[in-house]
Design a protein around this ligand. Structure first.
Ligand code: NAD
Ligand code: DAU
Length: 355
């Protein structure tokens, strides 16, 4: 079996659903169920014995030790994190605790467990650390996309905390030989994406007749990857990745935020027209920029393509349409995701009509 952390969040839940659709190997899922964790994401596995859910903190060493001793995983896929840049700006403490101290705790627990394994199991064990392209910092407009050797230059408390955890993971390989792999991925989107993030926020605010908040001039560039393509990349790395290696993962879909928002608006104009027949783009509203906002990310994913044969399946057009349809068809999930803690965040961060 494998141990997954953060499996009740957006990417972790998609990963577990895809994993169990592709194989019968059981998954133990350790998740603290923060505001971003939602067991409804895993409702399809409610009666599936292959999924064992454990509510708990990755920074709880005794709990992690007990899980490793009891379930004896052959691999660990580490997704758990505080993941929202805007929250890290308003309150960085939890990001350091979970993303840095939590990662440290997991690495130490995994090292103790792995050291005591018989030789063959020890050689086969993998610790996969899921990270982000944001650790590389911001790119100039004409600069070449990030490769795996691009210098680290994190600019937000979130990306600094993820960079710290990447460095720890790397060091645990170099110093102790723990078979660590790392992936640095661009912006994901798709089902179960918590609506504090740009794409689901725009879809749901549009449908609710609310403003669509564009930070600054909206010309910041992001590379977008449909979430199941990210999950497939992680499955490939777990199966064939080389210990000590980093793999950049991206969709090859670079777009400005404003262009992306307009694309979503145009799709909604077709799939769910406004009652008054006017275009959703009328709801676009420029707001204050994010402090320290990175201007551009772009990923060179040739290494994982060349060495592990991974390529994204979805284009931005196909992935966005699937995503918009998913939100249109999942009213209950949306209503629950937008309950208490979500409304507080929206009011605090955007205020007024934007909330
Ligand atoms: P998310 O915020 O949707 O989910 C995070 C999950 O981790 C939640 O279920 C939460 O309950 C859990 N969690 C948080 N703190 C925990 C703790 N201390 N102990 C146990 N569980 C805890 O995040 P996501 O978007 O699914 O991102 C998953 C991982 O992928 C993160 O490591 C993130 O840095 C990375 N990543 C995300 C993206 C993206 O676009 N979302 C892109 C690249 C990399
Ligand atoms: O690049 C990978 C990263 O992508 C992950 O590591 C993070 O966990 C994930 O949250 C995401 O970070 P971003 O900051 O890029 O995602 P977000 O959806 O918050 O914002 C996307 C872009 O849209 C960013 O340039 C900020 C902008 N934005 C965002 C919001 C929420 C707006 O213009 N308006 C908004 O209201």
């Amino acid at each position: 079996m494998i141990l997954v952390t953060g499996g009740a969040g957006f990417i972790g839940a998609n990963f577990i659903l895809d994993w169990l659709a592709a194989s019968d190997e059981p998954v133990v899922n350790l998740d603290k169920l923060t505001y971003a964790g939602n067991l409804e994401n895993l409702a399809a596995l409610a009666h599936d014995a292959r999924h064992v859910f454990v509510e708990g903190d990755i920074a709880d060493r005794a709990l992690v030790d007990a899980l490793l001793a009891r379930h004896k995983p052959r691999a660990l896929a580490h997704f758990a994190a505080e993941s929202h840049v805007d929250r890290s700006i308003r309150g960085p403490g939890e990001f350091i605790r979970t993303n840095v101290e939590g990662a440290f705790t997991l690495l130490e627990a995994a090292r103790a467990y792995w050291s005591a394994l018989p030789q063959a199991e020890k050689a086969a064990f993998r610790f996969h650390h899921v990270s982000t392209d944001e650790v590389y910092g911001s790119l100039a407009p004409e600069a070449a996309p990030f490769t795996e050797t691009h210098p680290y230059a994190p600019n937000s408390p979130y990306s600094a905390s993820k960079a710290a955890s990447d460095h720890l993971a790397r060091a645990w390989f170099h110093t102790y030989g723990l078979p660590v792999t790392i992936s640095n991925c661009s912006n994901n989107y798709g089902p179960f994406h918590f609506p504090e993030k740009l794409i689901p926020l725009v879809i749901l605010n549009a449908l609710a007749g609310k403003p669509l908040p564009v930070y600054g001039d909206g010309q910041q560039m992001r590379d977008w990857l449909y979430v199941s393509d990210h999950c497939a990349a992680i499955r490939r790395i777990l199966a064939a990745g080389q210990p000590g290696e980093t793999y950049n993962v991206g969709g090859g879909n670079e777009m400005s935020n404003l262009a992306l928002i307009k694309t979503i608006c145009a799709l909604l104009d077709t799939l769910e027209p406004r009652a008054d027949g006017l275009p959703y783009a009328r709801q676009i509203a420029h707001v204050a920029d994010r402090p320290g906002h990175d201007r551009r990310y772009s990923i060179n994913a040739r290494k994982i393509e060349r060495e592990l044969g991974w390529k994204p399946r979805e284009t931005l057009a196909s992935g966005i349409e699937k995503t918009v349809r998913w939100y249109l068809e999942h009213d209950d999930w949306v209503t629950h995701a937008q309950s208490g803690a979500y409304r507080e965040w929206m009011a605090r961060h955007y205020g007024g009509a934007h909330a």
